[in-house]
Design a protein around this ligand. Structure first.
Ligand code: NAP
Length: 241
């Protein structure tokens, strides 16, 4: 058996209509998985890029949105990618910007993992890949709820691995560096900021969604069966500096 094949597995990718989530959905599909692309808007463009698969609507403004989906059919792989960011000085940061980001990026991620685990634990097999961030390790600036949520994602990834690895589940995370998506358009359009970022990246370039997607295939495949509770930096070396 090819240790990197996802043939015969079904995967759910959240926030799959664009960016990193779209690239992960396409890569998992190319690796042989039957992919369910979940979005709060239709994932038509992603479906057009995949081999087979289908789309479902999930809006994690309700952190319990995925409560029932894992009981309807067997899903072997969960990629928690959906995320938002709000920027304001910490001294001015609003409660709404705190709650909105924590609900989508942290609370929904945990309860989606919990719903997945309740279905997967009795089967003794399952893979979860959470999308963390460099701000799972660093403080950042003007993004307090995002930093709190992404630090939480790293911690919860380890906690869930501790609890569920003995029963055959792998729970890991990927910490993307600076990736070319909608999330970073403003940064890339500011020549001084973009140059400063590239100058600090040993690989000397922005990351591409495909860079994250290939790592997600690895962490979803049998090749990573002995990796538990890891947060894998896919950042061109940013954290090594
Ligand atoms: P993106 O293009 O803005 O994609 C974010 C995805 O999350 C979109 O599909 C978005 O859907 C979805 N989403 C947002 N709120 C949602 C909700 N309430 N319910 C369901 N889906 C929701 O940004 P991206 O860069 O690909 O981000 C993907 C993940 O990578 C995020 O968790 C982000 O924090 C993380 N990340 C990105 C970078 C980077 O440099 N780009 C670095 C570190 C971590 P809509 O299109 O409908 O808004």
């Amino acid at each position: 058996m090819n240790a990197f094949s996802l043939s015969g597995r079904r995967a759910l990718v959240t926030g799959a209509n664009t960016g990193i989530g779209q690239a992960i959905a396409v890569a998992l599909s190319q690796a042989g998985a039957d992919v369910i692309a979940a979005g709060r808007s239709p994932c038509d463009q992603t479906l057009a890029l995949m081999q087979g698969g289908r789309s479902v609507m999930l809006d994690f403004a309700d952190p319990m949105a995925a409560r029932d989906i894992f009981h309807a059919e067997q899903i072997d792989i969960l990629i928690n990618n959906a995320g938002i960011i709000r920027r304001a000085d910490a001294v001015d940061f609003s409660e709404a910007d705190w709650d909105d980001v924590i609900d989508v990026n942290l609370k929904a991620l945990f309860f989606t993992c919990q719903a997945f685990a309740r279905a997967a634990l009795p089967r003794g097999y399952g893979k979860i890949v959470n999308i963390a961030s460099l701000l799972s390790f660093q403080g950042g600036i003007r993004v307090p709820s995002y930093t709190a949520a992404k630090h939480g994602v790293a911690g919860l990834t380890k906690l869930m691995a501790n609890e569920w690895a003995p029963q055959g589940l792998n729970i890991n995370a990927i910490a993307p560096g600076y990736i070319e998506t909608n999330n970073t358009t403003a940064l890339r359009q500011d020549p001084a900021r973009s140059r400063a970022i590239i100058d600090r990246i040993p690989a000397g370039r922005w990351g591409r969604p495909q860079d994250i997607a290939q790592s997600a295939v690895f962490l979803s495949a049998p090749a990573s069966d002995y990796i538990n509770g890891a947060v894998l930096n896919v950042d061109g070396g940013w954290m090594a500096r």
